[in-house]
Design a protein around this ligand. Sequence first.
Ligand code: NAI
Ligand code: MG
Length: 396
Amino acid sequence: MTKKTIVSMPGDGIGKVVLEETIRVLDAAGFKADYVEGDIGWEFWKKEGNPLPERTLKLLEQHKIGLFGAITSKPKDAAAEELGSHLKGKGLVYSSPIVSLRQYFDLDICIRPCKTYMGNPLNFIRRGPGNTIEEPLVDVVIFRQNTEGLYGGVEWTNPPDVVYQGLLSHPKFVQNFGKVPREELSVSTRIFSRRATERILRASFTHARKYGYKSVTVCEKPNVIRETSGMMYKLAQEMQRSEFPEIQLWNTNIDAQMMWLTKNPEDYGVIVAGNMFGDIVSDGFAGLIGGLGFACSANLGEKVAVFEPTHGSAPKYADFPVSIVNPIAMIASACMMLDHIGETVISSRISKAIAEVIMEGRVKTYDMMKMTGAQNVIEKGAASTRQMADAIIEKL
Ligand code: NAI
Ligand code: MG
């Protein structure tokens, strides 16, 4: 096994502790790697006026693989206020470094698996016939387009002349907004490119084929959002027919899907969606398998890949002397990294160890005990972040 170099980016708050524990697990599982730390997050915004310093981009360019914890983001004005005094008034504008990272390296494919761990007390249950209780097994992988759509950043309040004139050329704009004063208009665009849409679709079909999922569901709203959702569904139909005939193509609307996911989540396999709907539907499914403490993800580009839990920096718990948060989302994200670089044996060993700890039910973080997060959860029997990592290492 050749030794890899991984760019570790702890970021802010609980990002730091979950990443540290994850690296302990990776070491214990025998993954040989050097970790170089990449600076990212609030600290660097305050000190340097840039939450994603150039040197971190260089490291990722060089080593290609990143493990990322979480960052803290704040609205524009609050961010400006916290800048170091030497940086204030220089017109610096804060933007989320993880969104910037996805865009800088064109990490356009986001993968978010949501698979039930047997024995997880947080698993979704529903009523079956005759008042029985059923616990459906969820095994869904969401493919979210990660760079375009509503997160593309092309937006205006009081749009400039050229934009306004362009909008006026559309009869629906004239009909629905023609009488609204321009300065009262806010416009956020939803732009899909054919190339990126084909890339996310192909990635989802390829995954379905490789891992034996019977269906790919396009989860959009083509009956209403005709151009963007419509293009995605049409391209999916063409691709399925010409390249993936053995895989069924399903089509659901995002609103209906959010209702169906509590009715028959076990029926879905791979789900593919644009940026916003992918974000929504992946949080929905994550809720069925235990929520933020379990939700892992990969951001893949052509050259660089970054793996991260989907939770944020949970500032409420960041400064606890004994950390209480669940490291499983971060550890499972590291397993996705191992799969990506071909270390599938180590990845399966870690996944199996996580599953065994959950199944056994002896070691549970506060979220798994349905407690409200607080310093005293440890006294009440919840495992700390470290104890959970230790339990996983013991199973290895
Ligand atoms: P959050 O995900 O940080 O926390 C929400 C709540 O979820 C927490 O209060 C906690 O109850 C629970 N939680 C989160 N992670 C957990 C874990 N590993 N184990 C157990 N419970 C966990 O989201 P919130 O509070 O909306 O945002 C906090 C900060 O994080 C904000 O500044 C936000 O901008 C940022 N954020 C960053 C993300 C990223 O780095 N990719 C993603 C989401 C939010
Ligand atoms: Mg989200």
